[in-house]
Write a protein that binds this ligand. Sequence first.
Ligand code: SRM
Ligand code: SF4
Length: 560
Amino acid sequence: MHKKVKPAKEELLKAASNDLRGSLVEELTNGTPSFTKDSYQLLKFHGLYQQDDRDKRQGKNKEYSFMIRCRIPGGKINAEQYLAHDRLADTHANGKLRITTRQTFQFHGVIKENISETLSQINDLMLTTMGACGDVVRNVMYSPIPDISSKQEIIRKYANEISDKLLPQTKAFHDVWLDGEKVYSGEKEYASVENFYGPTYLPRKFKIGIAEAGDNSIDLYTQDIGIVALFDDSNQLEGFNLIAGGGLGMNHKKSDTFPRLGDHLGFVTEDKLYQTVETIVAIQRDNGDRTNRKQARMKYLIDNWGIEKFRDELEERLGFKLEPFRDMPEFELKLYHGWHRQQDGRWFIGLFIENGRIKNEGELRIKDGLKEIATTIKPGIQLTPHQDIILTDIKEEDREAVENILKENGIPLPDTYSNAVRFAMACPAMPTCGLAITESERVMPQIIREIEHEIAKIGLQDKTITVRMTGCPNGCARPYVADIAFVGQSLEKYSVYVAGASSGDHLSTRYRDLVPFSELTNTVRPLLEQYKNEHTNGETFGDFWRRTGLPQPATQADAK
Ligand code: SRM
Ligand code: SF4
C-alpha cells in the first residue's frame, strides 16, 4: 500500500499564506517587539530573520531584533547605493554592515518599528530584500571580475536575468512594508502573479552562481546550479557548462544529511540558458521532498535519482538534448586583492574585509574610510563571495587619494596581511545567529592569527591554505571545501575538517571531533608540518592530504 506522508508544516503555512502575506500586516503594528512563529517563517521570504542578542538572553527573556538581507545579484552596486546602506546601518541597525558569502549586505539589530522604513529605503535604491531568504532562488552570485574584460558584463547580464525572472512576483512585500509605494521587482517587470513558483514556492532554498572558467571564487560546485561561462580565445561567449546538485548544509546527528558537490550536467548555448535553468528549478519545485525539510534541497533529489535520470527528466521537459559538458581549465580561488588595471584603463582595488564586517573599531575605521571614498571618489562597488569589497572604475589620478583615505582610516592594503588571514572566512554565529552552537566570527581573528604564526614558523607563508570556520554544521562560510575547517559541534568544541580544495571539486574529510577551541591550532599543526616536509612541487595542502590519506587518531580519546 502506498504510504501517505504528511507535508512539512512549512508547506501548509506557505499554502495558507495568501502569497506570503499571512498576518504580517496585523502583527507589524501590534505593539510587540516580535512576530509569531508562523509569521517568522514568512518573514524569511521578505529577507528578514527574527533574532535576539544571545549575549543578552536572560532565561526566557529575549531582546528581539531583525537581520535584514538584501538581494544584490553578484554584489554589484554604485556609490550612492553604498552610501545609503552605510546610512541605514547607522540610523536603523547596529552601525555595521556585513558582507555575506553570497555577495550581498546584511543589517543586524533592526528593531521591529524600523523595519518598514529600512525596507522602503532599500526599495528606493532600486534594490530589494524580497527573495534574499526563504524557499526561493536566493541571491544569484557571479565571479567578481571587475571589468578586466568584457566578460563580466556578459556574465552579469545572465545573472540579472536569472535573478529577476526568478524573483517572487507576489505583491505581498508592497502590501506589508511599503504601504502603497511601488515595489522594486527586478530590473524588468515580469509577471505579477506567482505563475512559476505557485502558492507553495520551492521545497527549500535554492542557490545559483555563474563563474568565469578558471575562477572558483563562488565555490561553483557547492551551488544548487553552478554555471560556468565559457569564452573562446577572442572573448566571444561559447555558452555555459552546467553543474547541478551541490549544497553544504548537514546536521551532526542526522547521518542522512551531508554536504555534496554538484554533478556535471551538460552544456547549453546562451539562447538556451534561462529556459534550462528555469526548468531545473521547476524539476526541484515539482519533485523536491516537501515532507522533510532536512531532505528537501535539490542535492538530495539528485543524489536519489542520479544525475542521468535528472538529465533525462530535464531534456524531456525542455524538448532538446543538452550538449556534452565541455572541458574547462583548472579552477582556483581568486580574491582580486590590491590594485588592478581595468580594460578601459581605469583601476580597481580589492580590499580585505575581515569576515565581511564593515565597522569602525579602534584604529581600524573601515566604515568611515569606505564612506569617504564612496562620497569623494564615487567608485563602483563589487562585493565578493569571500566577504570582501572591490572598488572599481577608479581614475589614474584618484589612486593616490584612495590610498590616502585608506591610510588615514587605518585600513591596511591587502598585501600587508598574510595569505593565511586573507584566505580565511567565518560565518556570523554568535550572538545573532539562532542556530549557532559555538562562536565563529568573533573568535576567528584569534584562531587564524595563531595558525598564521604556525604557518610562518613552519615556512609555509607563501602557500595558500584556506581556513574557514562556522558555528554549526550548516556550512554558511562554505567550510567543507576549505583546506582546513572548524565546524561548531558542541559548547566551545568543533569538528575539524581537512583537505577540501580551492579548485572546488573536492570535499574535505572529517578529521577529528569535539576538539576544544583551545586545541584547534595544536590539532592542525602536525598536518602543516608534515605537508611542509613531504609535499611534492606545486602540490597544495588539500592535494597532499588527499594523496597520502589523513592520519588516524592515535587513541580513542584523540578521536573525540
Ligand atoms: Fe546560511 C541559515 C548566515 C550563506 C547554509 N545562514 C542561516 C541563518 C539565516 C540562520 C538561521 O536560519 O536562523 C544565518 C544568519 C546568521 C546571522 O546572524 O547573520 C545564516 N548564510 C549566512 C551568511 C550571512 C554567512 C556569511 O558568513 O556570510 C550567508 C548569507 C548568504 C546570502 O547572502 O544569501 C550564508 N548559508 C550560506 C551558505 C553558503 C552559500 O550559499 O554559498 C550555505 C551553504 C550552502 C548551502 O546552502 O548548502 C548556507 N544557512 C545555511 C543553512 C543550511 C541549509 C541546508 O541545506 O541544510 C542554514 C539553515 C537552514 O536553512 O535551515 C542557514
Ligand atoms: Fe549560523 Fe550555522 Fe550559518 Fe554560522 S553556519 S551563520 S552558526 S547557521
